[in-house]
Design a protein around this ligand. Structure first.
Ligand SMILES: Nc1nc2c(ncn2[C@@H]2O[C@H](COP(=O)(O)OP(=O)(O)OP(=O)(O)O)[C@@H](O)[C@H]2O)c(=O)[nH]1
Ligand SMILES: [Mg+2]
Length: 305
Protein backbone atom coordinates (compact mmCIF):
# COMPACT_ATOMS: atom_id res chain seq x y z
CA UNK A 1 0.00 0.00 0.00
CA UNK A 2 2.68 2.40 0.94
CA UNK A 3 4.55 4.24 -1.76
CA UNK A 4 7.04 6.06 0.37
CA UNK A 5 8.73 3.11 1.98
CA UNK A 6 12.04 4.96 1.80
CA UNK A 7 14.12 5.40 4.91
CA UNK A 8 13.53 8.40 7.07
CA UNK A 9 9.75 8.55 6.75
CA UNK A 10 7.79 8.97 9.95
CA UNK A 11 4.29 7.65 10.36
CA UNK A 12 1.95 6.59 13.12
CA UNK A 13 -1.60 6.31 14.40
CA UNK A 14 -2.44 9.12 16.76
CA UNK A 15 -5.53 8.47 18.84
CA UNK A 16 -7.29 11.61 20.09
CA UNK A 17 -8.93 10.69 23.40
CA UNK A 18 -10.62 12.50 26.27
CA UNK A 19 -13.92 13.10 27.96
CA UNK A 20 -16.81 14.57 25.95
CA UNK A 21 -16.77 18.18 24.73
CA UNK A 22 -13.10 19.02 25.35
CA UNK A 23 -12.53 19.80 21.65
CA UNK A 24 -11.14 16.56 20.18
CA UNK A 25 -12.98 16.77 16.86
CA UNK A 26 -12.30 20.49 16.55
CA UNK A 27 -8.63 19.74 17.00
CA UNK A 28 -8.76 16.97 14.39
CA UNK A 29 -10.35 19.34 11.88
CA UNK A 30 -7.78 22.03 12.62
CA UNK A 31 -4.87 19.64 12.27
CA UNK A 32 -6.22 18.39 8.94
CA UNK A 33 -7.20 21.84 7.71
CA UNK A 34 -10.58 20.40 6.64
CA UNK A 35 -13.95 20.28 8.38
CA UNK A 36 -14.24 16.50 8.44
CA UNK A 37 -15.64 15.63 11.87
CA UNK A 38 -18.83 16.92 13.46
CA UNK A 39 -18.33 19.36 16.33
CA UNK A 40 -20.85 21.00 18.66
CA UNK A 41 -20.92 22.71 22.05
CA UNK A 42 -22.54 19.64 23.60
CA UNK A 43 -21.11 16.45 25.05
CA UNK A 44 -21.22 13.24 23.00
CA UNK A 45 -21.27 14.83 19.59
CA UNK A 46 -18.96 12.20 18.12
CA UNK A 47 -20.51 8.74 17.88
CA UNK A 48 -18.06 7.04 15.52
CA UNK A 49 -14.34 6.69 15.21
CA UNK A 50 -13.11 8.82 12.33
CA UNK A 51 -9.74 8.51 10.72
CA UNK A 52 -8.10 11.57 9.19
CA UNK A 53 -4.75 11.51 7.43
CA UNK A 54 -2.28 14.38 7.15
CA UNK A 55 0.73 13.79 4.90
CA UNK A 56 3.40 16.44 4.62
CA UNK A 57 6.87 15.78 3.26
CA UNK A 58 8.38 12.78 5.01
CA UNK A 59 5.68 12.60 7.70
CA UNK A 60 2.27 10.96 7.72
CA UNK A 61 -0.02 11.46 10.71
CA UNK A 62 -2.95 9.07 10.90
CA UNK A 63 -5.35 10.66 13.37
CA UNK A 64 -8.17 8.71 14.97
CA UNK A 65 -10.81 10.93 16.50
CA UNK A 66 -12.80 9.05 19.11
CA UNK A 67 -16.09 9.69 20.91
CA UNK A 68 -15.71 11.27 24.35
CA UNK A 69 -15.32 8.63 27.04
CA UNK A 70 -18.03 9.20 29.64
CA UNK A 71 -19.39 7.68 32.83
CA UNK A 72 -21.89 4.84 32.97
CA UNK A 73 -25.04 5.44 30.99
CA UNK A 74 -28.17 3.48 30.39
CA UNK A 75 -28.68 3.58 26.67
CA UNK A 76 -27.09 1.00 24.43
CA UNK A 77 -26.05 3.79 22.06
CA UNK A 78 -23.94 5.43 24.77
CA UNK A 79 -22.42 2.18 25.95
CA UNK A 80 -21.40 1.34 22.41
CA UNK A 81 -19.94 4.80 21.93
CA UNK A 82 -17.72 4.27 24.98
CA UNK A 83 -16.59 0.88 23.79
CA UNK A 84 -15.61 2.24 20.39
CA UNK A 85 -13.47 4.94 22.00
CA UNK A 86 -11.73 2.60 24.41
CA UNK A 87 -11.09 -0.03 21.70
CA UNK A 88 -9.38 2.59 19.52
CA UNK A 89 -6.66 3.09 22.13
CA UNK A 90 -5.24 -0.34 21.40
CA UNK A 91 -4.21 0.75 17.88
CA UNK A 92 -2.29 3.85 18.94
CA UNK A 93 1.36 4.67 18.33
CA UNK A 94 0.77 7.89 20.21
CA UNK A 95 -2.16 9.22 22.25
CA UNK A 96 -3.29 12.83 22.49
CA UNK A 97 -5.11 13.05 25.80
CA UNK A 98 -7.22 16.18 25.50
CA UNK A 99 -8.49 18.07 28.55
CA UNK A 100 -9.83 21.60 29.12
CA UNK A 101 -7.59 24.26 30.60
CA UNK A 102 -8.45 24.94 34.23
CA UNK A 103 -10.73 21.93 34.57
CA UNK A 104 -9.91 18.49 35.88
CA UNK A 105 -12.94 16.29 36.43
CA UNK A 106 -13.73 12.75 37.46
CA UNK A 107 -14.28 11.88 33.81
CA UNK A 108 -10.74 13.06 32.95
CA UNK A 109 -9.43 10.87 35.73
CA UNK A 110 -11.37 7.90 34.33
CA UNK A 111 -9.88 8.46 30.88
CA UNK A 112 -6.39 8.74 32.37
CA UNK A 113 -6.91 5.39 34.10
CA UNK A 114 -7.44 3.85 30.65
CA UNK A 115 -4.18 5.36 29.39
CA UNK A 116 -1.90 4.42 32.28
CA UNK A 117 -0.89 1.00 31.05
CA UNK A 118 -0.59 1.82 27.36
CA UNK A 119 2.85 1.06 25.98
CA UNK A 120 2.94 4.26 23.88
CA UNK A 121 3.70 7.93 24.64
CA UNK A 122 0.81 10.08 25.82
CA UNK A 123 0.86 13.80 25.04
CA UNK A 124 -1.38 15.82 27.35
CA UNK A 125 -3.15 18.50 25.31
CA UNK A 126 -4.59 21.24 27.48
CA UNK A 127 -7.14 22.80 25.13
CA UNK A 128 -9.25 25.99 25.32
CA UNK A 129 -6.58 28.12 27.02
CA UNK A 130 -8.32 31.09 25.37
CA UNK A 131 -11.15 30.54 27.87
CA UNK A 132 -8.91 31.06 30.89
CA UNK A 133 -9.33 34.72 31.82
CA UNK A 134 -6.74 34.85 34.57
CA UNK A 135 -3.63 33.57 32.82
CA UNK A 136 -1.66 33.42 36.07
CA UNK A 137 -3.77 30.36 36.89
CA UNK A 138 -2.55 28.46 33.87
CA UNK A 139 0.97 27.60 35.04
CA UNK A 140 -0.09 26.14 38.40
CA UNK A 141 -2.81 24.15 36.59
CA UNK A 142 -0.30 22.73 34.11
CA UNK A 143 2.04 21.79 36.97
CA UNK A 144 -0.81 20.13 38.83
CA UNK A 145 -2.11 18.04 35.93
CA UNK A 146 1.44 17.20 34.88
CA UNK A 147 1.86 15.43 38.22
CA UNK A 148 -1.12 13.18 37.61
CA UNK A 149 0.37 11.05 34.89
CA UNK A 150 3.49 10.14 33.01
CA UNK A 151 3.16 12.40 29.99
CA UNK A 152 5.65 12.56 27.15
CA UNK A 153 4.84 16.29 26.83
CA UNK A 154 2.26 18.79 27.96
CA UNK A 155 0.97 21.17 25.31
CA UNK A 156 -1.36 24.02 26.30
CA UNK A 157 -3.22 25.43 23.31
CA UNK A 158 -6.36 26.72 21.71
CA UNK A 159 -7.66 24.60 18.83
CA UNK A 160 -8.79 27.87 17.24
CA UNK A 161 -5.27 29.29 17.03
CA UNK A 162 -3.34 28.16 14.00
CA UNK A 163 0.03 28.88 15.57
CA UNK A 164 -0.55 26.68 18.57
CA UNK A 165 -1.97 23.86 16.43
CA UNK A 166 1.21 24.00 14.34
CA UNK A 167 3.26 23.71 17.52
CA UNK A 168 1.29 20.61 18.48
CA UNK A 169 1.95 19.10 15.03
CA UNK A 170 5.69 19.56 15.63
CA UNK A 171 5.43 17.81 18.99
CA UNK A 172 3.50 14.93 17.41
CA UNK A 173 6.08 14.55 14.65
CA UNK A 174 8.86 14.14 17.19
CA UNK A 175 7.07 11.21 18.81
CA UNK A 176 6.17 9.30 15.67
CA UNK A 177 8.00 6.09 14.86
CA UNK A 178 10.20 5.91 11.79
CA UNK A 179 8.27 3.68 9.47
CA UNK A 180 6.73 3.66 5.99
CA UNK A 181 3.45 5.46 5.29
CA UNK A 182 0.32 3.48 6.07
CA UNK A 183 -1.83 5.28 3.48
CA UNK A 184 -1.37 6.79 0.05
CA UNK A 185 -0.19 10.40 0.53
CA UNK A 186 -3.39 11.87 -0.93
CA UNK A 187 -5.69 9.98 1.49
CA UNK A 188 -7.86 12.18 3.71
CA UNK A 189 -10.10 9.69 5.52
CA UNK A 190 -11.34 6.11 5.64
CA UNK A 191 -14.96 7.25 5.64
CA UNK A 192 -17.16 7.59 2.56
CA UNK A 193 -18.77 10.88 1.48
CA UNK A 194 -22.07 9.16 2.20
CA UNK A 195 -21.11 8.61 5.84
CA UNK A 196 -19.60 12.08 6.21
CA UNK A 197 -22.75 13.66 4.73
CA UNK A 198 -24.94 11.98 7.36
CA UNK A 199 -22.53 13.23 10.03
CA UNK A 200 -22.60 16.81 8.74
CA UNK A 201 -26.41 16.79 8.84
CA UNK A 202 -26.30 15.40 12.38
CA UNK A 203 -23.77 18.10 13.31
CA UNK A 204 -26.22 20.83 12.38
CA UNK A 205 -29.00 19.08 14.32
CA UNK A 206 -26.70 18.85 17.37
CA UNK A 207 -26.07 22.57 17.06
CA UNK A 208 -29.66 23.62 16.44
CA UNK A 209 -31.48 21.48 19.00
CA UNK A 210 -31.64 21.78 22.77
CA UNK A 211 -31.96 19.61 25.87
CA UNK A 212 -32.46 15.91 25.16
CA UNK A 213 -33.55 16.24 21.52
CA UNK A 214 -30.05 16.06 19.93
CA UNK A 215 -29.49 12.76 21.71
CA UNK A 216 -32.66 11.29 20.21
CA UNK A 217 -31.58 12.08 16.68
CA UNK A 218 -29.96 9.80 14.14
CA UNK A 219 -29.31 10.43 10.46
CA UNK A 220 -29.26 7.89 7.66
CA UNK A 221 -28.47 8.70 4.06
CA UNK A 222 -31.15 7.00 2.02
CA UNK A 223 -29.76 7.76 -1.40
CA UNK A 224 -26.47 9.27 -2.53
CA UNK A 225 -26.06 9.91 -6.25
CA UNK A 226 -22.91 11.48 -7.50
CA UNK A 227 -23.41 13.24 -10.85
CA UNK A 228 -20.56 14.77 -12.86
CA UNK A 229 -21.25 18.28 -11.56
CA UNK A 230 -23.44 17.70 -8.52
CA UNK A 231 -24.31 15.30 -5.73
CA UNK A 232 -27.94 14.45 -4.95
CA UNK A 233 -28.48 13.32 -1.39
CA UNK A 234 -31.62 12.28 0.37
CA UNK A 235 -31.34 11.70 4.11
CA UNK A 236 -33.68 10.52 6.84
CA UNK A 237 -33.60 12.07 10.28
CA UNK A 238 -34.87 9.70 12.95
CA UNK A 239 -36.28 10.90 16.25
CA UNK A 240 -37.79 8.92 19.10
CA UNK A 241 -41.07 10.78 19.60
CA UNK A 242 -43.68 12.69 17.64
CA UNK A 243 -43.09 15.80 19.77
CA UNK A 244 -39.42 15.72 18.74
CA UNK A 245 -40.36 15.52 15.08
CA UNK A 246 -42.23 18.80 15.46
CA UNK A 247 -39.20 20.41 17.12
CA UNK A 248 -36.81 19.20 14.41
CA UNK A 249 -39.06 20.57 11.67
CA UNK A 250 -39.69 23.80 13.56
CA UNK A 251 -42.30 26.45 13.01
CA UNK A 252 -43.04 26.68 9.28
CA UNK A 253 -40.16 24.27 8.71
CA UNK A 254 -37.60 26.84 9.81
CA UNK A 255 -35.33 24.56 11.85
CA UNK A 256 -35.13 21.87 9.18
CA UNK A 257 -34.54 24.47 6.48
CA UNK A 258 -31.65 26.00 8.40
CA UNK A 259 -30.11 22.61 9.21
CA UNK A 260 -30.37 21.57 5.55
CA UNK A 261 -28.90 24.79 4.25
CA UNK A 262 -25.79 24.78 6.49
CA UNK A 263 -25.22 21.03 6.12
CA UNK A 264 -25.50 21.32 2.34
CA UNK A 265 -22.78 23.98 2.28
CA UNK A 266 -20.50 21.93 4.52
CA UNK A 267 -20.95 18.78 2.42
CA UNK A 268 -20.36 20.73 -0.79
CA UNK A 269 -17.14 22.22 0.63
CA UNK A 270 -15.87 18.77 1.54
CA UNK A 271 -16.91 17.13 -1.74
CA UNK A 272 -15.75 20.01 -3.92
CA UNK A 273 -18.99 20.19 -5.88
CA UNK A 274 -22.54 21.49 -5.39
CA UNK A 275 -24.99 19.40 -3.40
CA UNK A 276 -28.75 18.92 -3.51
CA UNK A 277 -29.91 17.80 -0.11
CA UNK A 278 -33.38 16.52 0.79
CA UNK A 279 -34.21 15.84 4.42
CA UNK A 280 -37.11 13.86 5.87
CA UNK A 281 -38.00 13.37 9.51
CA UNK A 282 -39.30 10.03 10.79
CA UNK A 283 -40.27 8.75 14.23
CA UNK A 284 -38.57 5.53 15.30
CA UNK A 285 -39.19 4.89 19.00
CA UNK A 286 -36.37 3.26 20.92
CA UNK A 287 -33.77 3.24 18.11
CA UNK A 288 -30.98 4.15 20.57
CA UNK A 289 -31.53 0.89 22.42
CA UNK A 290 -32.03 -1.36 19.43
CA UNK A 291 -28.88 -3.30 18.48
CA UNK A 292 -30.06 -3.85 14.91
CA UNK A 293 -30.63 -0.14 14.43
CA UNK A 294 -27.27 0.73 15.87
CA UNK A 295 -25.64 -1.76 13.51
CA UNK A 296 -27.54 -0.22 10.64
CA UNK A 297 -26.38 3.24 11.68
CA UNK A 298 -22.83 1.90 11.94
CA UNK A 299 -22.45 2.53 15.67
CA UNK A 300 -19.87 -0.07 16.57
CA UNK A 301 -20.86 -3.05 18.70
CA UNK A 302 -18.84 -5.33 20.89
CA UNK A 303 -17.27 -6.98 17.90
CA UNK A 304 -16.71 -3.67 16.12
CA UNK A 305 -13.50 -3.37 14.08
N1 LIG B 1 -13.07 28.49 23.32
C1 LIG B 1 -12.70 27.37 22.75
N2 LIG B 1 -13.62 26.49 22.35
C2 LIG B 1 -13.21 25.35 21.77
C3 LIG B 1 -11.84 25.06 21.55
N3 LIG B 1 -11.76 23.85 20.97
C4 LIG B 1 -13.03 23.41 20.82
N4 LIG B 1 -13.91 24.31 21.30
C5 LIG B 1 -15.38 24.19 21.33
O1 LIG B 1 -15.73 23.15 22.21
C6 LIG B 1 -16.95 22.51 21.80
C7 LIG B 1 -16.74 21.01 21.70
O2 LIG B 1 -15.88 20.73 20.64
P1 LIG B 1 -15.82 19.29 19.97
O3 LIG B 1 -14.65 19.31 19.07
O4 LIG B 1 -17.14 18.90 19.41
O5 LIG B 1 -15.49 18.40 21.26
P2 LIG B 1 -15.24 16.82 21.35
O6 LIG B 1 -14.19 16.61 22.36
O7 LIG B 1 -14.99 16.26 20.00
O8 LIG B 1 -16.64 16.32 21.93
P3 LIG B 1 -17.30 14.83 21.83
O9 LIG B 1 -17.28 14.41 20.42
O10 LIG B 1 -18.68 15.07 22.35
O11 LIG B 1 -16.49 13.98 22.73
C8 LIG B 1 -17.31 23.15 20.46
O12 LIG B 1 -18.27 24.14 20.69
C9 LIG B 1 -15.99 23.78 20.01
O13 LIG B 1 -16.17 24.90 19.17
C10 LIG B 1 -10.87 26.03 21.96
O14 LIG B 1 -9.66 25.89 21.84
N5 LIG B 1 -11.36 27.17 22.55
MG1 LIG C 1 -15.97 14.84 18.94
Amino acid sequence: MSEAAGQGTRCGRIVIAGRPNVGKSTLLNRMLGVHLAATAPKPQTTRHRILGVRTEGDTQMVFIDTPGIHGRQKRLLNRRINRAAIAALADADLVLFVIEAGKWRGEDEAVLARLRDLPVPVVLVVNKVDRVRDKTRLLPFLAEVGERGDFAEIVPLSAFREKSVRRLLEVIRRHLPEQPFLYEPDTLTDRSMRFLSAELVREQLMQALQAEVPYSVAVEVESFREQPHRIDISALIYVERDSQKKIVIGEKGRVLKHVGSVARQRIAALAGKPVHLKLWVKVKPGWADDPRWLDRLDVEGEAGP
